[in-house]
Design a protein around this ligand. Sequence first.
Ligand SMILES: [Ca+2]
Ligand SMILES: [Ca+2]
Ligand SMILES: [Ca+2]
Ligand SMILES: [Ca+2]
Length: 469
Amino acid sequence: MLITNSLNLLIVMSVKTTFYFGILVLLSLASKGCSKDSQEFNTTIQENIEENLRNQESDSVNSSDSSEYDSSEIKAFPDAIGHGRYATGGRGGKVLIVENLNDSGPGSLRAAFEAMGTRNVVVKVAGFIDLKSPISIRYPNMTFEGNTAPGDGIVVRGAQIGIHSSNHIIRNLAIMVGENAPNNADALQIFGGEFEFAENVIVDHCSLSHGTDENLGVSAAKNVTISNTIISNHKGNGGSIVGADYTTYNISFVQNLQIWNDERNPRLQQYGKVEYINNMFYGFVTPAQLSDGCQFDMIGNIWENETNSKQKFIIDMLSEGGELKDETAFIFDNLYDGKKEVDIDTELNKSISTNRILPSDINPIPSTQVRAYIVENVGSRHFSSSGLNSYDASLLSDIVNKVDSNYDTEPYNYPTLTQGEPYLDSDLDGMDDNYEVQKFGDLSQNETTDFDENGYTDLEEFFFFLNKG
Ligand SMILES: [Ca+2]
Ligand SMILES: [Ca+2]
Ligand SMILES: [Ca+2]
Ligand SMILES: [Ca+2]
């Protein structure tokens, strides 16, 4: 057993070494910066990525040789990536159903989010939920799947949602904090607390907007993924911030769209360690702002449509504590306006690493492919309607049409949410009865069963099914 493990380790190490060597070669090619080399360069990126994909496939083939799964290796959902990918959320726990749009009380979103116990939250209603005060997720182990809602699903307004505990899987949640929120509300805040971390959290395919502080704040947290999420139209301090006064590390910020946030695109504070991979930052005044002492990977990101920036560089260091110290950065293949390499603060030269700082499972795609990926994939999605609500759809059309500016003219352009009919779930296990009958022959399976014994409960597999729709 030990020998097998060491062998596996050696294989993993050699795969990683190959990858880093590839990156080094690419870096040296990139530093030549000759446009006539760009085709060759892109080909090399593609070859590198294809090789990584092959390695990944052969790894997964090797690991599937065993018929038993290792529960510690089961991802939050099959295509979960990044440092938060092993969150187990509500797996095997009870089902709580959001049955109304009330601020609080039985059947409300608040009652489910603030409940104790391992739980899966599904939604039977569509429309706006107007909060009178913040929702605080203080108890661990929750999965929220907003794609269970009919129509365009729910949109939360009026106050912040805070994740102040560990092990959560949040997918297809839309928050538009909006004009009735107090001044310091993030749309979503992940903050463990003064003396503890929020850890193992994955937020995927969500829509976070109109925050009166940031749209997304992450602090006192570790092993977190934010992926495929739209972060738009802040009304306070900016798009997203990581760090800020508390140690925050192993954060994967990947394949997100930040649009119409004039600042913090993104902002990384002291004590923060983040990998920023394949994100798009569109329509901003101030691009990336990084404080001394932070550590980050900045790989394959794109910035477009900058207006009136007072900032000297796209990737800029803010020397808040006086002299820059202790920061480390791996910066590779980032694009500005689709063609040129982004300019990087020369202060960072002494801090550049030749290896990824927080290497995860993520194989970046080339920055030239990020725009198309973002337009196709991001945001809170709903299988039973056209996909995105009209507000999120308008943001993607701004990108497609390369709109110059819109965020000051219609500050609160809330979507019209289609209602739709919820699916029938007579046995209250969160699964559509028709799905159960088709897949299992009857209704006997429930939220705790695992029909095919692959480690995912039947309820989780129903969620995955919805997300393929
Ligand atoms: Ca904040
Ligand atoms: Ca059912
Ligand atoms: Ca059932
Ligand atoms: Ca299963």
